[in-house]
Design a binder for this molecule. Structure first.
Ligand code: KG4
Ligand code: ZN
Length: 351
């Protein structure tokens, strides 16, 4: 079964052709990062206009790369939530239009769920149940995944981990999106240089909180720059710090986020074990999973806990359309489809 997936929820316009939910025949991603850099964040109106310009060339490129025609498709899928509504509408409308013109089923996919399916691309299904972890710019969520149903175990109660990475990076003068730049800056830094808080939110909680960390990081940057006034312009102070100080701050921040995420996963594994329904695998997804320290820590955890790990390569951690097609396939094989009237929505059921 060949499915075209389309993704346009934020600042990546993407299309991919995926066979049987796992074999990626093509995956094209047109990123808009340079359009938003000046504004230190994604500007919704600029994003939707750029999607509009790029969506058809990206779809044609995905078909060309896969060596097939649009009429070879068995279904068309799009990420319909969550995201910027103007951006979502571009990909969703293109997918619905194609499905209608080709007389093929249309499937609307939840972007957060799709991040988990990225872990199954070019791989074999993991033993169920899996502990699913999505760490992206908008979400930090833990799931119980039994292959069919997803049950959320925990989520961020404030900032997502990726958002915290981006905000911390901005304080050090790293351009948007700052996660990859902060990781580069952390190389060679002393991760024990600055002590930052790890929010655990009570013994049994599987929720995450990163806003306290963000505030503590802001104060640490100001202290490193000897700025006595807590209301000082942190970007001005952080940007002018010595490179070694920036590296220490970045490494300390990265370690804190990684350790917090690992601690929550350990807790989820323990709770499942105590309930007599232990997890058998670990499936990860979302842009922050491109981070090498997080990947290494999660692989070590999987090893220690004797779990099979499914870690997508960085290109499928970041927003892409192959994961959208994979998520749609899980429903399409059962003959499921959505009505073309299904709306795009800014929030996910998991938001
Ligand atoms: O999943 P994604 O591409 O988009 C959303 O669904 O949000 O995730 C983007 C997020 C951004 O916050 C970005 O800074 C972060 O993932 N990110 C990273 C790295 N690569 C991307 N964070 C830390 N280290 C990285 N290497
Ligand atoms: Zn995403």
């Amino acid at each position: 079964m060949l499915i075209l997936g389309i993704e346009s929820s934020c600042d990546e316009t993407a299309a991919a052709m995926v066979e049987d939910g796992v074999r990626v025949r093509s995956s094209v991603v047109a990123s808009q990062h340079e359009l938003h850099r000046t504004y230190r964040g994604v500007v919704p109106e600029i994003a939707s206009r750029a999607h509009l310009e790029r969506i058809l060339p990206v779809i044609h490129e995905a078909a060309r790369e896969a060596g097939c025609e649009l009429r070879d498709l068995d279904a068309v899928a799009a990420g319909i939530r969550p995201g910027l509504i103007g951006s979502l509408l571009v990909g969703t409308s293109a997918a619905k239009g194609l499905a209608w013109a080709l007389d093929r089923p249309f499937l609307g996919v939840d972007h957060v769920e799709a991040h988990l399916f990225a872990g199954l691309l070019e791989s074999t299904p993991p033993p169920w149940p899996a502990l699913g972890l999505v760490v992206s710019g908008g979400h930090t969520s833990l799931f119980h995944w039994s292959g069919g149903r997803l049950r959320r175990l925990g989520r961020t109660i404030d900032d997502a981990a990726g958002e915290a990475f981006d905000k911390a990076a901005a304080m050090l003068g790293i351009p948007h999106p700052g996660g990859p730049g902060l990781e580069r800056m952390a190389h060679g830094g002393d991760a024990a240089a600055v002590r930052l808080p790890r929010a655990m939110l009570g013994r049994e909680s599987l929720d995450f909180s990163f806003s306290g960390l963000k505030t503590a990081f802001r104060l640490a940057v100001l202290a490193a720059g000897d700025a006595g006034d807590p209301a000082a312009d942190v970007v001005a102070v952080g940007s002018t710090l010595a490179n070694s100080t920036k590296s220490d701050l970045a490494a300390s921040f990265e370690r804190t986020v990684v350790e917090t995420i690992v601690a929550k996963c350990v807790r989820a594994l323990e709770l499942a074990e105590q309930a007599g329904n232990p997890f058998r695998s670990l499936v990860l997804g979302g842009g922050v999973v491109a981070n090498t320290s997080l990947r290494q820590a999660m692989l070590a955890l999987a090893d220690e806990a004797d779990l099979e790990a499914r870690l997508p390569p960085p290109r499928w951690c970041l927003d892409n359309a192959a994961m959208i097609a994979a998520a749609a396939h899980a429903r399409a094989v059962d003959g499921d489809q959505d009505d073309l009237a299904i709306p795009a929505e800014p929030l996910s059921a998991w938001s």
